[in-house]
Design a protein around this ligand. Sequence first.
Ligand code: PMV
Length: 335
Amino acid sequence: MKASAIAHSNIAFIKYWGRSAEHPPLYNIPLNDTVSMTKLGLEDDVHLKTLTTIAFTDDQKTDMAYVNDEALTGRGMERVATIIDMLRESSGCELKFLMRSRNDFPTQAGMASSASGFAALARAAASALGLEMNAEDLSKIVRIGSGSAARSLHSGYVYFNRGTSHETSFAEQICDNDAFDIRAVIAVIDADRKKVTSDDGHASALTSPFNEARVMTSQKQAATIREAILERDFSSLGYIAEENCKYMHAVMMTSEPPLFYWQPDTLRVIKSVMRFREEGLECYFTIDAGPNVHCLCRPQDMEELNRLIRNLEGVKRTIQAKPGPGAYDTGQHLF
Ligand code: PMV
């Protein structure tokens, strides 16, 4: 009972920040609908992916999980075990598991390693346990570990319905990765592990006086950006994504305790993106829970934007990306 899966990270255009207090915290039901693009890294050394192998075996006396050779403990292990417990229960399996996982990009640095990680974990575990589950059904379980991971099960552009219950809160595809080609140039400013995880951030979002306004606006923006994606309207997509990013960071900065994920160099990239746009290169920024900036552009502008961003002071490197595949099984095992 062993299987492996690969999943890619995703970038949120409409962000998930804060879980609903009206539902049991375990279910991790987001406050608003979210929209993302699953990403495939175009660099030789970075594809923005996680490879995970899991085995359920008599040889294991306790559940064990390793990410990049580091054993998971505490909350990290708890999140993994919760997902596996639900899948184990569905299959009737009582065996303990061993999991090994490898990211080809910085872990817990605001680059959605939890998204690819939990998506790969769930896909591999479902296969190892012989469960036939489609991406939508699996997304309900993955959401419990990480809301953004639910979206990485799908390829291309993805809509997450916040729903009103565990059963109705799931991710579905808007359109496939080859249906609409846009690009992201990721400005890596700091690849170190962030001090406050998004898991903790979701709890403090409700303390911001701007939280309600962000949630209401995000609902409208999610519907509009879905239309923009279906109409292949890059300008509307970029504009709305940039707005929504600013709202989320305003909530973060005004929460108790406040969260400032931006660094001075983050602001330098933001201002540069706005300047490049004024000068005629159409690009937009969006930032998750970290200092690194995703600069969105059309395919024909990626090379030029990459050159400009890479040369900015404070940018350690860039990672170019395009719409990527959903989670899939692989015969490439880590053990
Ligand atoms: O899924 P989590 O708990 O890692 O939270 C993700 C939060 C953001 O990346 C900031 C936004 C998002 O929707 O991906």
